[in-house]
Design a protein around this ligand. Sequence first.
Ligand code: PLP
Length: 432
Amino acid sequence: MSTKNEQLFAQARKHIPGGVNSPVRAFAGVGGTPIFMHRASGSKIYDTEDNGYIDYVGSWGPMILGHAHPKVIDAVKKAADDGLSFGTPTPFETTVADKICEIVPSVEMIRMTNSGTEATMSAIRLARGYTGRDKIVKFEGCYHGHSDSLLVKAGSGMLDIGEPTSKGVPADFAKHTITIPYNDPQAIKDCFEKWGDEIACVILEPIAGNMNMVVPTQAFHDTLRAECTANDAVLIFDEVMTGFRVGLGGAQAHFGIDPDLTCFGKIIGAGLPVGAFGGKEKIMSCIAPLGGVYQAGTLSGNPLAMRAGIAMFEDLTVAGFYDELSAKVDKLISGFQAAADKHGINLRTNNVGGMFGMFFVKDCDTTVPQNFNDVTQCDMEAFNTFFHGMLDRGIYLAPSAYEAGFMSIKHSDADIDASIKAADEIFAEMAT
Ligand code: PLP
């Protein structure tokens, strides 16, 4: 680790809590010092001494076209020349809204926000306003941003009311949030049987990317859709991560589910701060100024973010884009798997579209994790060894065993081959 990087981290810690503006960047789970980056291009990010790293984080998802994509950068430069924010409607917002509604049929109307957190928080308020109910249901291991109602875990008993996962969240808020196990159809049925007509909404990551990457069963999704419909509860897909990432139509197209509301973020702003929530017109019409559910934002629909998003959608909608991206991810993940098998490392993997998960399970009989409990049983030390081994070889993975990996269309065969070779070396060392 370079002295310069150590110095930058010490300097950052003086006035920034923990030296970071978002906790996962601090390397708390994997140990060591976070690397300070200063530029990025294509598949790579560069530290302050200009060492390049093949990047499998992609700013936690948005950089699906690769870093500093010329078309996106050009759109942002042009937008900047025209002024940064007007506080009025712009035609660019309408173009992005039209594009999303065209690609994602469940979305009939959409409102822009500045982050994924704002999108999920607003969708929940809307669901509560629409139904006139207070309780919300979420799943263990899913992350939906840092609003009060969502920083809640299951209470001590199954189907108990929730407990805050962060100091500062009043227990009075948490009591309206019910947290149940992911990927468990029976838990959904039990929950609706108990709380039925009190539930405003169920929110979930339709493919979970915040407990590494867990792909639920079709039965889980079908049960959830049926129970929400039968109980007049709003089904909210949080596609902040999976939207335009696991495929053009997101996880809802993958599973063939028609959610009532969907939250977006990350990719739709191509790397600028953005979020959005949308869905059925009859629900979305309850938002101010049409209806009585208040939601707003000084910079919402910001022209830079919108024009970056428009440029990005041009590439995403080219036929074959997601086939090419998936083929890259398949190649990487099957290479990792083959290397692990060769050295007797108990690696399990998941991948859909441009997203992947890697689990170091503790013995050879364990299958790929199906829920949060399974993920917590994985060998975190093995992950940390792998993470640091890759970092030392110039490959940047998410600094936590609970995060998914992301690839861009700019990752080359050479990047993939170098990554597999590095993994093979590390697995050989781990096996001895
Ligand atoms: N929802 C999901 C599924 C996420 O992965 C995230 C962030 O990683 C959020 C919501 C929150 O988005 P943001 O960090 O933009 O507030």
